[in-house]
Design a protein. Structure first.
Lengths: 338, 291, 528, 338
């Protein structure tokens, strides 16, 4: 290989890198342009902030899911776990399962927002940890364990709340869902901060390296001295933590924790991660991609609703665009071969 | 307890509070009548509810009280029960075309949708700009309630414009984000008509966030939470179909027949759905739960 | 051996073939030809472009430009089926067996014997495949899943499959890299028989003695270009001539025995009565049957044995990768019981595994993370953040020291040639500066030049006081680098001698008192 | 290797083979025993036949899914595709989207059951084929393509039927859902016949063995001269075909094609396949296992219902048993060498 070849190679790699992150981003930009042309008010700050707030719930879970999928795992239980953590948060916030129906409760009975938040994330992380242990100790594939979790957590949630919602939180808790800092919705800020943190962890820490290694080749990782099982458990703890955090924000936003919350979220969340370029076979992917993937789904849904497209047609369009976005990304990458 | 009668009480989906209430009332009435109750949750699947009926027939229940998830899809299972000589009383959703159903107790969802739209029309005699949030596409009540709303509004198209019509799948979180999009795209509407209370409460949050507190929002089902919102003036109204009364009546009819073959006085008991507003809160079945 | 019949027509001719991979030119204007009944050696350093050329010929990838004819007609295969249909059969460098299927099914992939009803006849498939693998000296049950076989056994299955296909040209990309002397000899004699049946064979190997012994002609590649052709004129082609063509300068001695070093120091690692259990996940693994072994600081201990003698198991047991049933291991006089590789690594033990693709590399990851994965602690600060600067500097050092050829450290490791991948893995362990380094087939697939470099590296490590245990199936290599040599057979140590006194005959005798019979009654009894 | 060793080896394989299929089977047997002890009428033939009829719908799809998962693929679209094919069958059977509600329609307007059946399976197979082509040509992972398909087919179904069901078929069509041959329900017979056929195809044909090879290692299969892309497309055609067949049987059984049919079926179907021992990584599995897996889920649901377990508790128990069944299977296999 000649020196010229080497330099060329290096240039090639940089272009690939750029395109790898730009593929979904280009697609996102195109969507925004199309929707703006269709209806200019689409890019009103109000609407854009709406979108950021809307994607923040599934986006938070998608951050955790990125860790899981990077290890070649999957977590189907996130939607149910979100409902479960939300219910736990509600019980803690209100000091019981009794439903105070007044929407302006001062919440004196309960333990306040901080305890609720703590309860949600701790329960989420613990539930994730239990699933992680089932995966590593019982050697049951993640798909199966978390599919079981999907029904178990839903059953637990319904049992706690007896099917109904628990509603009415105090203003300090609701702020996390509905508040603004300047013009920016609080949930969007929470999502941004969490995404930044996850990016740093995955990109710049020893732990992040280990996650990629385990996903890239678990056997080689073990023979390189990584504690593969611990790392696997940890990613399910992380996704559970984020499900808990998302549950808290969602409950705060709706002023209610519902037993039916989060149904089908697993597919939205996994879509966001995969559209963002993370490989379901592990080892390849990034937080930035996931954020773009979540944004793409959010923009698509909002934009179609914005144009009052019939819900039947929406389903069809969203499904096709999902496939096309990933196909476009693949095609771009294949243009610039490694 | 050997000779105690057993009845099957089956509802479409216990994930929704409406049906939890319905089953609770069935339970309470069964206890009051001194019969055993086998509970069944259709889990939003016609095949699941069919399977539950089949299992109950094997166990030789004495009567079936059922709110079918889908009147067409559950018809064969109900027919099977009738053929097996088990009396069937349907609640809320009426199954046509099966001979020999003991009785039906219900309040028509189409009528409910009409009542909801009429209440809205009455509140805006001069016409209104309307958002309409529909239920889960394909689900029976969603279809019927949608039909009812359109029955009233379609002839009045000129005055009552539905500028934004989307599904929010009966879910609060979706209603919130759909309404946000609607508000950003179309500005403030005069009224939002929703196919259930959960969506109404979601829409309410979206309006509150934009400080659009004078939008009249209508829900459906008269859940306690919605009743409180109606009381506080945050929802304009919600449709009451008396599910509890329906359930209790149905159980009474079924048990009476199972005990001594006494035919019901009426084969068709129809309760008229009403819209609960601030002024008639006391008519709401579950107002007692709002304390 | 009959030399090529110059009169016979050319079977396959390659003219001016070039292949680019986004910026890299893997092949540049390469031409060669081969006739029926001829064995053509294709030689060159790691990354010279041999596998790339063979993949083009077997329809895996198209050339960027150039012209190929087969049997006088234009030949542009668009898939491996096209090649197969013409009777071109390939043994790939990266093994291409289906791990979840049985040996028999792998042999009959796509052509299972069909019974009267048009249904697959499993009985015939089993019987026929038993005969087919027997040809290459394998006597395993053909209904064993391939995932349970060792690398060497898999390579033999792959060879057996290729030989069982009706073929006019057989392309072999490093078929012998995992084999020991016995199997290699058997393969060479089969090749000779095929030659007499007028089958053409293209043969790639880094073991030049082999190539010299069997090839009629050789084509040598260097940096993707044709470096020249060599012809057997009367006798075997001499090694120095080959090496000179390959590396472009006069050859030094191939396996230069490093100058004898100062006598080794204290015993660092001591193993007594080591036994392993039969692992249900790897039922074919050799069970160690009471191994005693000592490893001294500053020495290279060579471990020789036939395929399936248990050398890999010994390494894995010491490294904590497999469960131990009985026995003790002491390190620096302290008894240790590593329950996982992480434990062993923390104690200062390193292992370069034999199966690079499955056990060592992270194919999709860059070279940098591949390099530092075993030393994340060293290359990160107290808060767990990577010290990337230090990491890159360290890699740059090893890149120079081991002359690793790569475009950039960002490049995915799968884009490197096999030999260069191996060097990255060696660098991974050197970066940890272990007390004990076990290398299992360290030069598998590594070219002569690099091989010598690896040997030098091992010697330097020993000189720094590291205890090195080298498992190798290449006896010349064992003889060249080892200070001391032990032989293994059937999970037991069968002999030991100083490197200086050893020769191939003595070792072979200790390695192979009887034929490959690794699952004999005693091994089985032990398994209970 | 000695002759003794070989025999031993072979014996080992047979025992494993047996246990491999017996793992889930043992679990199933245990469940049946437990439920029978709890309530003897559980093993009434009527109830057992009910169970077989109940599992036949998801079971049929699970047969097709076995092919897909054997190639390391997945199909999330089956539930929506079922609804779509059912709607197509209804339109053909009734000659339009008009809804005749009477149960005793003679269906003179439509084209009869055979045309409906044909339409359902052809549309299903074609839809599967399109997804297969998207997977192989656009190089989009199966998870993404079929996730897109999940929403696209649902949208199409709703569009055809405008949200409502299409009900009321003639007796000849309904026979396929409700009829009996002797004491055996027709759907159960269809399922049994299809399972037998699939078993033969997978175990005793070159095509079947190629499916295993592609799943074991697609690259190696390609190098060995198999037409990998064609095989991949074919398995999606097969699962689509079975979704169509299941749709026909379901519509016949319910006397109605619903737009909301099949929601969540993908998870039940995949559970059946995975409980049956088929590996999500491809290359390992069997039709027998899938049948046992489907039966296990059916028995569990029926048995819990039979004992009047609350539906919330049912969710919890089903989720846990799903995980335990697979864990038990793993544990058994790890006890016995291959
Ligand atoms: N898929 C690929 N993408 C990019 N570069 C490649 C690819 N395959 C091979 N190369 C490059 O082409 C060159 C030739 O590689 P090839 O595998 O043909 O070497 P080789 O002679 O077989 O080496 P070895 O003896 O190590 O097997 C190398 O520089 C390698 O990095
Ligand atoms: N990573 C592994 N995990 C489990 N078993 C393995 C592994 N690698 C090799 N084996 C087992 O080792 C057996 C072959 O013996 P082994 O490889 O130990 O012999 P060896 O003396 O190291 O010879 P060689 O290195 O030439 O193969 C195989 O049947 C295989 O089951
Ligand atoms: Mg090569
Ligand atoms: Mg070995």
């Amino acid at each position: 290989m000649s020196v010229a070849g080497e330099q060329n190679q290096r240039g090639g790699i940089n272009i690939t890198r750029l395109l790898m992150s730009f593929g979904p981003l280009l697609f996102l930009a195109a969507l925004v342009v199309v929707f703006t042309v269709l209806k200019t008010s689409f890019i009103d700050p109000i609407n854009l902030f709406n979108i950021t707030r809307q994607i923040s719930i599934t986006g938070l879970i998608a951050l955790g899911m990125t860790f899981v999928i990077l290890t070649a795992g999957i977590d189907l239980s996130v939607g149910s776990l979100l409902a479960f953590c939300g219910m736990v948060a509600a019980v803690v916030a209100k000091g019981g399962t009794a439903n105070t129906l007044s929407l302006s409760t001062s919440g004196t009975q309960g333990y306040g927002w901080f305890a609720a938040l703590l309860a949600a994330v701790v329960v989420g992380a613990a539930a994730g940890g239990v699933q992680g242990l089932a995966i590593t100790r019982l050697k049951v594939p993640p798909f199966v364990v978390t599919l079981g979790g999907l029904t178990v957590f839903r059953g637990l949630t319904l049992t706690i709340s007896n099917g109904g919602p628990i509603s009415g939180f105090d203003a300090s808790m609701r702020w996390f869902g509905t508040g603004l800092i300047g013009p920016v919705p609080v949930p969007a800020l929470i999502f941004a901060a969490a995404a930044f943190l996850c990016h740093i962890v995955l990109r710049y820490t020893r732990y992040g390296r280990a996650v990629y290694a385990v996903g890239g080749n678990a056997e080689a990782a073990r023979l390189s001295g990584l504690r593969v099982d611990r790392i696997l458990v940890s990613v399910y703890v992380i996704v559970g933590f984020f499900a808990g955090l998302a549950a808290f924000v969602l409950s705060a936003r709706l002023n209610s924790s519902e037993a039916v919350a989060g149904i089908g979220y697993e597919l939205t969340v996994i879509s966001a991660v995969v559209i963002g370029g993370t490989s379901l076979f592990g080892g390849i992917g990034s937080v930035g991609g996931t954020v773009v993937g979540a944004a793409l789904i959010g923009v698509l849904q909002n934009g179609l609703q914005f144009n009052n497209v019939s819900s039947y047609t929406q389903s069809i369009v969203i499904g096709l665009i999902l496939i096309l976005a990933v196909a476009f990304d693949r095609w771009l990458k294949s243009r610039v071969r490694r | 307890a050997e000779d105690k009668l057993t009845i099957l009480g089956s509802v479409p989906n216990l994930g929704f509070p409406f049906f939890v209430h319905m089953l609770n009332e069935i339970k309470a009435e069964a206890a009051a009548q001194g019969v055993n109750l086998t509970e069944s949750d259709g889990q939003n699947s016609a095949t699941k509810q069919t399977a539950d009926i089949e299992a109950a027939l094997v166990q030789k229940v004495n009567a079936i009280v059922i709110s079918p998830l889908d009147v067409n899809a559950l018809a064969p299972a109900i027919e099977e029960a009738v053929k097996a000589g088990v009396p069937v009383v349907t609640i809320d959703r009426r199954v046509d075309g099966v001979e020999g159903i003991l009785a039906h107790v219900g309040a028509d969802n189409v009528k409910g949708g009409e009542a909801e739209a009429n209440a809205m029309v009455a509140a805006f005699p001069n016409g209104a700009k309307i958002f309409h949030l529909q239920g889960q596409p394909g689900a029976g009540p969603a279809i019927d309630r949608n039909k009812g709303v359109h029955n009233v509004l379609d002839p009045l198209k000129d005055k009552y414009q539905i500028v934004f019509e989307q599904t929010a799948n009966f879910a609060r979180a979706e209603a919130l984000s759909v309404t946000e999009a609607g508000l950003a795209a179309n500005g403030k509407p005069d009224a939002i008509v929703c196919a259930n209370d959960d969506m109404a409460l979601g829409a309410m949050e979206a309006c509150a966030a934009r400080n659009f507190t004078d939008v009249k929002i209508y829900g459906f089902d008269a859940l306690p939470e919605a009743l409180v919102a109606v009381r506080d003036g945050k929802l304009a109204g919600t449709v009451e179909q008396f599910p509890g009364e329906q359930s209790r009546t149905a159980v009474r009819i079924a048990v009476a027949y199972a005990k001594d073959k006494s035919e019901p006085k009426e084969k068709l008991v129809l309760l008229t759905p009403i819209v609960i507003g601030k002024d008639n809160l006391d008519k709401a079945e579950r107002i007692g739960e709002t304390k | 051996m009959s030399s090529t019949d110059a009169a016979s027509p050319v079977l396959l001719a390659v003219e001016g073939v070039t292949k680019h991979f986004s910026g890299v030119t893997a092949l540049s204007d390469v031409s060669l030809d081969i006739r029926p009944g001829e064995i053509l050696g294709l030689l060159g350093e790691n990354g010279a472009g041999k596998s790339t050329l063979l993949k083009i010929l077997s329809g895996v990838m198209p050339p960027s430009s150039g012209h190929i004819t087969f049997d006088g007609a234009d030949y542009h295969p668009s898939s491996p089926q096209d090649a197969k249909r013409l009777g071109i059969v390939t043994i790939y460098q990266e093994l291409s067996l289906i791990p979840t299927l049985t040996v028999a099914e792998n042999i009959f992939i796509g052509r299972a014997p069909i019974g009267p009803l048009g249904l697959v006849s499993w009985r015939r498939m089993e019987e026929d495949s038993r005969a087919i693998i027997a040809r290459v000296g394998l006597s395993i049950d053909p209904m064993t899943p391939v995932s349970a076989l060792s690398v060497a056994e898999q390579q033999l299955v792959e060879i057996a499959r290729a030989l069982s296909l009706k073929s006019r040209l057989i392309i072999m990309d490093e078929p012998t890299s995992a084999l020991t002397e016995t199997e290699v000899q058997r393969l060479l004699s089969i090749m000779d028989r095929l030659r007499r049946d007028k089958v053409a064979i293209m043969f790639v190997t880094h073991r030049l003695e082999e190539a010299s012994a069997i090839c009629d002609r050789m084509t040598v590649l260097r940096d993707g270009r044709l470096a020249g052709h060599l012809d057997r004129q009367g006798g075997p082609i001499a090694l120095p001539k080959i090496i000179e063509k390959m590396v472009g300068r006069a050859a030094s001695e191939l396996y230069a025995r490093p100058a004898q070093r100062a006598v080794a120091g204290d015993v660092v690692l001591s193993v007594r009565g080591l036994r392993t259990v039969r692992d249900p996940e790897a039922p074919h693994a050799i069970v160690l049957d009471g191994v005693d072994i000592d490893l001294k600081a500053g020495e290279i201990l060579g471990v020789a044995g036939l395929v399936g003698s248990g050398r890999t198991e010994l390494a894995r047991a010491i490294f904590g990768a497999d469960r131990i049933a009985a026995g003790t291991i002491t390190l620096d006089g302290q008894p240790i019981a590593p329950a996982s590789p992480a434990d062993a690594i923390a104690l200062g033990i390193g292992l370069v595994p034999e199966d690079r693709k499955h056990q060592a590399i992270f194919a999709a990851l860059g070279i940098l993370p591949n390099f530092s994965v075993a030393s994340l602690g060293t290359f990160s600060n107290g808060f767990g953040f990577m010290a990337e600067r230090r990491e890159r500097d360290a890699l740059a050092g090893f890149r120079k020291m081991l002359s690793i050829r790569m475009a950039s450290v960002e490049q995915a490791i799968e884009g490197l040639s096999g030999g260069n991948q191996q060097k990255v893995i060696l660098a991974r362990w050197l970066a940890r500066d272990p007390k004990v380094l076990i290398v299992d087939e360290p030069t598998r697939g590594v070219d002569v030049g690099a091989k010598t470099e690896v040997h030098q590296i091992l010697v330097q490590l020993a000189a720094r006081g590291i205890a090195v245990m080298m498992i190798s199936s290449e006896l010349p290599e064992v003889l060249a680098v080892s200070d001391r040599i032990v032989t293994m057979r059937r999970g037991r140590i069968t002999g030991e001698m100083p490197g200086i006194e050893a020769n191939e005959e003595k070792l072979m005798e200790l390695m192979a008192l009887d034929k490959r019979d690794t699952r004999g009654p005693d091994a089985k009894e032990q398994a209970r």
